[in-house]
Design a protein around this ligand. Structure first.
Ligand SMILES: [Zn+2]
Length: 75
């Protein structure tokens, strides 16, 4: 049986340092800003903050929150 449960845009994987270098946004394939202090991964291009749950980046647009204007323009 094929598991169809993860047929959504995105992916989940564990957060090792080698994985961090490879992480890209599932929507725009852009560079991400890993915010370990807030356990989020930001894509400023899309204005989305993907959650990190138990060290696992949840790279699903469905699960992401929208960045505020301040967050999108923060450096
Ligand atoms: Zn993006």
């Amino acid at each position: 049986m094929v598991n169809h449960a993860i047929e959504r845009v995105g992916y989940k994987m564990s957060l090792s340092s080698s994985i961090k270098a490879l992480l890209v946004c599932p929507l725009c394939k852009g560079v991400l800003d890993i915010r370990e202090e807030s356990q989020e991964i930001w894509c400023r291009a899309d204005g989305l903050a993907y959650p990190i749950r138990d060290d696992i980046p949840v790279m699903l647009a469905d699960e992401a929150r929208t960045l505020t204007t301040d967050e999108r323009t923060e450096h």
